[in-house]
Design a protein around this ligand. Sequence first.
Ligand SMILES: [Zn+2]
Length: 401
Amino acid sequence: MLLLLHSCKSVFKVSPYKTYLNKLESTGLSKTKMGKAWVSNGEEAVRNPLKEVTIPFQESIFFRESSPDALGYIIHYSSARKVKFKVKTTAEEPFGVFIDILERKDQLNNLVSIQSADTVLFYEDKQDKTLILRLQPELLVSGRVDLEIIDEPKLGFPVKGASNSSIKSFWGVDRDGGVRRHEGIDIFAKRGTPVIAVEDGVISRVQETNLGGKVVWQRLGLFGQMIYYAHLDSQLVTAGQEVKKGETVGLLGNTGNAKATAPHLHFGIYTGSGAVDPLNYVLIKDTVPPKLRSEIKYLGNEVVINRGASSAVPVNILSVSSEGVSYKNEFQKLEYSEKLILLSKKPSAKIKTAKQLYKSPVETSAPVGLFNPEKSYTVLAKTGTFVYINQEDTKGWVLSD
Ligand SMILES: [Zn+2]
């Protein structure tokens, strides 16, 4: 079901995440404000992930000691592909990140759980699945985490030297005037081009039929899929022979009902329940994720964003991907946006009386200091009746006069 490479802890009875949770409980840390936030942010990340990922994908995250954050991603996994996750941390003091992959069905089912500062892992499965990926470091660590998700076809390309652009006829198109449908894809190349095994397996049949002409059938695994190579000019394997991925099974031609067509390989995949579309199993996709959004320069920092006509608020940039930005808003809640509009001109306000500075623009939020009208200050943001100021390196919200 899954293959883990270069991971430090890949086999678990109790997942590293659960082990850490137990540790927080036994030490009483789960009762502290920070501990509680760690637990609830982790739960929230898997229950309400902020975004759906389009592969190839990359994101950079900056975790801060003062804020026990977790990020969740939805990934629509196709059983025709192998997904590669790469996680790398950069920090003054190295720390491990909990990397959990869960399946979203009626309930959440943990499929992978590791803790690592630097890892590459592959995920593949026999069924399509909706996966949730969660990244969360231990409490009280600061540093950057770079995540990359790419995918590869599960099988090799069946025609030597050819690739996507040589596929010219697809699954499901009409054949014989609509009497049957095309149960495979056609890959065009010069007559005599080597047709190669897409995976290790055993040749189960080598025969000649009216439809397929000279064909080769290959079985993958004991009860695995059957691979069908048709219209070959010549067959270069025999039934019962074991072949390795990349070995030539025959030469490309136009035998069978393809004799009036240009030479091509008809390529098919059959499972226990019939033919499946082979395209995604061999399609080569871009493995370089799109560039990170320009907000990457603010990663881990506070910026002030426009929230409408008379509202501008400070947010802390938690992560930046090629698709959007996630940040902690003025109430320290996690939000996601495809585009941030930064405030271009600082707002102005004059406050003449001494008063309380708050963490958020509500009077019930935690006090962070006292505002002194005698000393100089900078106005950074404004929303409703609250003004966000910086005075002697203390930032906070104060009620306007
Ligand atoms: Zn065909």
